[in-house]
Design a protein. Sequence first.
Length: 366
Amino acid sequence: MTRIYLETYGCQMNEADSELMSGVLVRAGFELVGDPAAADILLLNTCAVREHAEQRVLGRITDLARHKQARPGVLLGVTGCMAQHLRGRLLEHSRWLDLVIGPDSYRDLPELLARAARGPVARAEPDPAETYGDLEPLRAPGVRAWVPVQRGCDKFCAYCIVPFTRGRERSLPLEHGLREIRRAVAGGCREVVLLGQTVNSWHDGGRDFADLLRAARAVEGLLRLRFVSPHPAHMTPRLVETMAEGGPVCPQLHLPLQSAADPVLAAMGRGHTLADYDDVVRRLRAAVPDLALSTDVIVGFPGETAADFACTEEYLRATRFDSAFLFKYSSRPGTRAAALPETVTEEEKNHRLARLIALQHDVAAS
């Protein structure tokens, strides 16, 4: 059983994790194939941030199960955040799954697959020390490389499942990150995107994210350098200054807002006010006049009033983001917000979301 089909759902971190798993598997003698019908092992690398993503994966499990029906020896597994979030329940509720493993178990994937051939395997224990800094990913040919320099999160925003699926924050040592950047550039990549859940809270002893960015931009052959996703609380003056210095650091930033109403930001546990966020935006635009700025917004969070939504609507109109990822709130079991009563109907969530989408389209087109 050497042929593996790997399908990825979710964010850039999940894509980077799939590249990591691919490297582990190929070095162990497995062959990656692009057609599930040609594979002995089917793996879904999953996301648990939103309910819709989980529903898509559950549907895909049912779809891929037909390969097990046609060829009973085929193994079917789920990896990643959804596997960590639902843990053993996936095995209990799906007679088709042979493997369920969380984001901190990838280095042991060949061994776990061997065990799964003898019976279902579930491993979702977090490893607070795991950074995968010593493992080399297998990237598809292209000019862009994802380089995770931070894993996990310490923010515990009320709506977010990530600290529970990926564990507490830990940073890749600076030299390990630089080694991976050099390796990517030597392999033909000309753009590197540094990844982390709150990437600009990265630190290595007394060195902060501005130090990492300055070291990374000096890598010979690197033409473009980006990072995602920063947290407003860690957009320090040094970091803004580093972005303004240019070089390969692109004048582009994705800075999540989530809401422009202070009561909602407090309930979300974002750790900043709208004034704090707006101060960062003003400093960034003053330092980097041609900055392309994008954001995330959630509508319908428990307790969000019509007045709160109006604040968000007005802020998007006034701030004029170049693009925005707009979502309606969905409760994630295990988060702090899951215990809050829903105060916004699904119909009203859809209405508010449609208003923001129309507004952002108008802003982007003008």
